[in-house]
Structure formats: C-alpha cells, structure tokens
Design a protein around this ligand. Structure first.
Ligand code: DGJ
Length: 677
C-alpha cells in the first residue's frame, strides 16, 4: 500500500506472515496496481552468494531470524531466552488521507511472549514518522536492550552528512562517504547533546542546499539516543534510529510496554527542501507559536550573578527604550545562588538579594514598561550545596555507593521520585503564578553521568527524560499562556520532542555573530527561524573575544527569534539608537522571516554564505549575504537569489534600518529593477 503527501510517498509491503517492509520512501510515485506490482518486483530481494537460501527482506523492524546479519531492530531477552523474536502480524489498520495517512501494525511472537506495535505516519508536510512499542506478554520480566526502526535508502545515496559540535559551537556539519559498515552516532549525554547528529542525511554524492536527492532522519528524543547509517555486504543501505538504553534500564514486567521515540524522516531534492518538510510540519502544529515573536532582552551576559534591583531596573529602562518586548532575568535570583556552586533546587526568591519586595518591584517595573517578564529555571538540577540536596540526598541520580562526578558543581535531581517531581512542580508553578511570569528559560546544564535512581537501583535516563516531559506538560497545563525556552548549556537540547512542549530553543551560548551564522544555518536543518533564539551580544563577544560591528551582529539575529544579550548601559547613545533601528527593523521583518521558506547557499567555494526567507506566495523575500572569509577574487561573483518565482519580476534593494528610515545615502535603495529568472 502507498501513502503520499506533498510530493513524497512511502510504499509498504504488508505481508501476512511478516512485519511491514518499506519498498519505497522518496519522491511521489503512482499507486495503480501495476505501479505497485512493478515496484514490488523491482525491490524483491535477490539471493546473496553464500547467504541464506531465500531473499532476505528487511522490515521496518529488521529481524535476525530472516537471515539479516545487520543491526536487528529489537534486542532484549528474558533471562537469556526469547532473544531472537519472529513477529507475525495480528492486525493492520490503514488510515489513508488525501495528504498522507497512517499504518498501524500489531504483531506478536507467542513463543517469545512479546507483542509489537509499529506505527508509521506520513504527515501532510510529506514528513514521515515512525515509532515502535513492545509489550511483554510473557510470565516473567523481559529486559529490553534496544528498539530501532529502519528505513531503506537507495544505492545512489552514497554520501552522508550529519552534525557534530560542542558547547558554544553547536551543529557543525560533517560529511563522509557511505561506506560498508555502520556510521553510528550515539548520544550518551542523557540530554540531546551539543554534538547530536540532529538530522542524519544520506544523499546523492555532492548534494547541497539546492539539489541532490536526500533522505534524512531525526530521532525525537531528549535523552540517550542513536542514529546510524548502515551499509551491508549485500548492498543494502539503511537509516536507523531509536533510544539508546543503558544496561538493564528498561525491564518490562508482565503486561508492561515500552514505546520508543518518534523517528522523523524527510526526503527531498536538496537540503533546503529536506528542512522545509520539518518546518512545514512544525508550523502546522496547533500550538506552534503564532503571535509575533517578541524582542527579548536576556540579562545573563550583562550581569551574570550580580543581581541588584537598581541595576536591573536601569537595564529594563534601556531595554524598553530600544523597543524590547520581553525582559528575562537569568540565573541567580533564587535561594543562595550567588554563583554556580550553590542553591540550585531551592526555587524560592532569594531573601538576601531580592527580599523586602524587591523582586516584586522589578517585575512591576518591567511590566509597567510594557514588557513581558521572563525568568530562568534549571528544574532538573541540584547543587549539593543547597537546602534541597541536604534534605533529600536520595533524590540525586546516582549509582550505589557513590555520587556522580560533579559538572558545574551540580547533580541531577531524580524526577522519577514523586517527591522530587512534586517539589519542582509546585515551586515552579508557585513562582510563575505569584509573579505573573510570562516566559521561562528552562535550562539543563550538565550531562547525566552514572544516572541511576535510588528508587529502582537501575539506570534512570529513560525515566528521567519522560518525567521531564511530564513535568513541562504539567507546568504548562497549570500556567496557561506561559512560554518556555529549551536551553541546555546553550543548544544541547534541540530536538522535536522537547519542541512539542517548548516555544523556542536557545541555539548556543556563543553569541558571536560570525559563529552564529554557522550555528543558525545548521539549526535550520531541523527548525524554522521563529523557534531559534538569536541575540545581539556585546561588541566583543564574551565566548570568543571577537569584535564585530553592531550591524553584522543585528543582521545575524534578525534571521531568528531576535533578542539582546548585552549590557546596554555600556553601549553608547549612538549604539543604542542604532540598535533601536534594528529592533524596529526586526519588528517589520519578523512576519516574513517567521513564515517564509528558508533558503541557504554556499557560494564562492564556501567563502560567501547566503541565507534568506522567501514568503510562501513568493512575492517578497529577505536575504542575508555574509562574507565568511576574505575571498581570493574581489568583487565576488554575482549572486543568484534563490527561491523566487522565475516568471516574476522583483525589485531588489538593500535592506536594513538605515534603508527603512531612508536616511543613509550609502545604503539608500538604488531603485533598480532586476530580473530574477
Ligand atoms: C547556561 C545558559 O546557556 C546560559 O544562557 C545561562 O542561562 C547560564 N546557563 C546560566 O547559568
């Protein structure tokens, strides 16, 4: 059977005695009986010399009993038994729409005492997603080691690309040939990770933003996960993904089930079109942020831990003057948190710094200036030097007999303890409600190492991740209208499952605009710009020491969810006026940037970068052109503006605050007309 949407199609073989197999995932194809028969014939497995005596079919969940010697989809056992299941379908539900649809297959292996559910959905954006669920129907516990789902890609997908990175340098692309063996990207940080693959792409050699057939997968999970590209001796190529389970982490009691994360898969011609399917899907969600994304002022780099009412009121005044719409108080407002070694977990306004009504006064002041008030939390964490850790040392994730090594002087609070969960839930909700907090910057600043639960004695990353999701969901339910940002030492929690419950990500702690060009360009492989916080930092970037003009810093931030992270009391009056011009400019441009189609190009051997947003009806577009490196020739070659309607004629002019005000003769519109055919 075939599902099709937005130029993409998936064809499944649904055998009576085996699991579903993807015969085609890619461009649109017809679904006449002849088409499907031809496809089935063309994809029939051939006998591999010295292989098993029948053609091996590789299902959505590959099984070893078939003779498949690549990675199996399900791994686990029941005290050493039931380790090689053979599932047979018991029920198949197909729900086909004009745009996409879904297939749900139930299967079982009675001998192994396992039930399996496989769900595949082609979304209206043409994005495919799949997930699996395994249930223990045996009489004894079943230890699950892993559940991975696989999608085939054709032989022409001969090159792979995914992302790497580290703190303050997230989402760095890396390419490799698709050689025999497995290219495996494991995330073992207990969070999505600054080095997460994000989207693992296989494509035609030389594929780029504009062209080259590509297939990409993303594992939507904020805990340990794995994604891989596997090419086997018999010429098959698969993209696989799933959660990465720690030893003994998931043991299913009789009748207990495990559901794996959604694996999202996008096929398109070129990386821009591949990204567009993710963007379209996200933008179509009922709770995708629809209000104009407010200009943010976050005070982290302005004051760090030095909180002082007068100073922050002054910053709020300056913020309002330049047109800020949301003022965010970062780390340091609660408990004994005067530096990063103390107080995490004690989520009550600090008496020492913010007592005697000073906190309320700040919030009133901010709101009185017409801005929303945002506040930083790191709900899943605890400093050993905190009242919470002293009261409940058993709520810290740990292994028997020792505490994990500290990271940023902190440990992880085990949210699977009902008491710990309740403590965080009630404290966050109380602060949000009491002070009318509009926005929470939700941080998560360390990896989960030795993350065992004292409740079960087992590895606890899986439970912790699900508990964090529940916690955010419940906070949102209790605080309607609250917006939440996913921050994790900058951009270490960027995935589609955290985005089901948050409104934007903080892409990186690196606000250096030169670096940000790269970080934003590749974060866009998954997320549209309105979900990516992008701030104008100080002229000398705190993380790199690089000095950059305000115009470059601001023009970079305009292509995201714009904000400011700069001590404006240090900026000169002229700079503040210039910044105000950019804030105005962003307010005019945000609708286009936040609804437009993202286009990216790498020109002049990669020295010249172009990115832009083209309105859905292609009547207007905004482009940023960045000379990342000084080029060997000058001027560089002419730039073709991508994404436009070849039959239309466009007026092309420089854009920016000076142009908007029309008072800068150097950048005034030339008024020329340019054909962009
Ligand atoms: C890490 C975040 O990425 C920063 O923006 C800031 O909020 C600090 N944590 C505060 O501790």
């Amino acid at each position: 059977m075939r599902l099709a949407a937005a130029g993409a199609a998936v064809v499944l073989l649904l055998p009576e005695d085996g699991l579903p197999e993807v015969l085609h995932w890619g461009a649109h194809i017809g679904d006449s009986p002849e088409d499907l028969e031809d496809l089935e014939r063309a994809t029939r497995p051939v006998l591999a010399t010295n292989g098993v005596d029948h053609g091996v079919r590789v299902a959505l969940l590959p099984e070893s009993w078939t003779g498949w010697t690549g990675t199996p989809g399900l791994s686990g056992h029941r005290a050493g038994a039931s380790w090689s299941p053979r599932f047979r379908p018991t029920r198949i539900d197909v729900d086909e729409h004009e745009q996409g649809g879904s297939v749900v297959v139930q299967a079982h292996d009675t001998a192994a005492g396992l039930r399996l559910g496989l769900e595949l959905e082609l979304l209206p954006s043409g994005l495919l997603r799949l997930r699996g669920r395994v249930t223990n129907v045996g009489a004894r516990p079943y230890t699950l080691d892993g559940l991975r789902l696989a999608l085939p890609v054709p032989t022409k997908a001969d090159e792979i690309l995914d992302l790497a990175g580290r703190w303050a340098k997230e989402r760095v692309p890396q390419r490799a040939p698709f050689v025999v063996g497995s290219h495996v990207r494991e995330g073992r940080h207990g969070r999505t990770g600054a080095d997460a693959a994000t989207v693992l792409v296989a494509g035609e050699p030389g594929f780029g933003f504009e062209s080259g057939e590509t297939w990409g997968v993303h594992v939507a999970f904020s805990g340990n996960h794995v994604v891989s590209a596997e090419r086997t001796f018999d010429g098959r190529r698969l993209l696989l993904g799933g959660e990465l389970l720690l030893p003994g982490e998931v043991e299913l009691a009789p009748e207990e089930s495990y559901t794996g994360p959604w694996i999202y898969a996008s096929h398109a011609d070129g990386l821009d079109a591949l990204a567009a399917r993710f963007h379209d899907h996200l933008r179509a969600r009922p709770r995708h942020p629809r209000s104009p994304r407010p200009v943010v002022m976050n005070v982290w780099e302005a004051v760090y831990f030095h909180h002082d009412l007068d100073r922050l009121k002054e910053l709020a005044d300056l913020a309002a003057e330049v047109g800020v719409e949301r003022f965010v108080l970062d780390d340091g407002w609660f408990g004994g948190r005067r530096d990063d070694a103390t107080g995490l977990g004690d989520w009550a306004v600090s008496e020492e710094v913010w007592g005697d009504g000073r906190f309320t006064e700040l919030v009133r002041h901010v709101k009185g200036l017409g801005m929303e008030f945002g506040l930083w939390f790191e709900p899943e964490m605890v400093n050993p030097d905190s009242d919470l850790a002293r009261r409940h040392p058993e709520w810290i994730l740990q292994v028997e007999g020792r505490l994990p090594v500290e990271a940023r002087h902190q440990q992880v609070l085990d949210l699977s303890h009902p008491g710990a969960y309740e403590h965080v839930l009630s404290s966050v909700v109380a602060v949000v409600r009491e002070h009318g907090v509009d926005f929470v910057k939700w941080d998560h600043n360390r990896d989960l190492v030795d993350a065992g639960s004292t409740r079960t004695g087992r590895a606890g990353v899986h439970e912790q991740t699900l508990a964090a999701y529940r916690l955010i969901d419940e906070i949102r339910a209790r605080c309607p209208g609250l917006e939440i940002e996913s921050c994790s030492s900058g951009g270490a929690r960027v995935d589609l499952e955290i985005l089901e419950r948050t409104d934007r990500v903080w892409a990186s702690d690196c606000i250096d605009a030169h670096e940000r060009q790269q970080i934003q360009r590749w974060t866009a492989q998954l997320l549209p710009p309105e979900l990516v916080g992008s701030h104008v930092g100080a002229d000398r970037a705190h993380t790199t020491g690089r000095r950059l003009d305000l115009s470059f810093r601001a023009a970079t931030a305009v292509f995201g969810h714009f904000g400011i992270e700069w001590d404006l009391s240090e900026a000169g009056e002229g700079e503040r006026a210039e910044l105000a011009g950019w804030v105005d400019y962003y307010k005019q441009a945000r609708h286009l940037v936040h609804t437009g189609r993202v286009v990216r190009r790498s020109l002049e051997g990669g020295d010249l970068w172009l990115h832009g947003a083209v309105s859905p009806d292609r009547t207007e577009a905004l482009y940023g052109l960045t000379l990342r490196e000084r080029h060997v020739t000058w001027p560089a070659g002419r730039v073709r503006l991508p994404g436009l309607d070849p039959d239309a004629t466009y007026l092309v002019r420089p854009s920016g605050p000076a142009v908007v005000r029309g008072d800068d003769p150097r950048t005034a519109p030339p008024g020329g007309r340019t054909d962009c055919g």
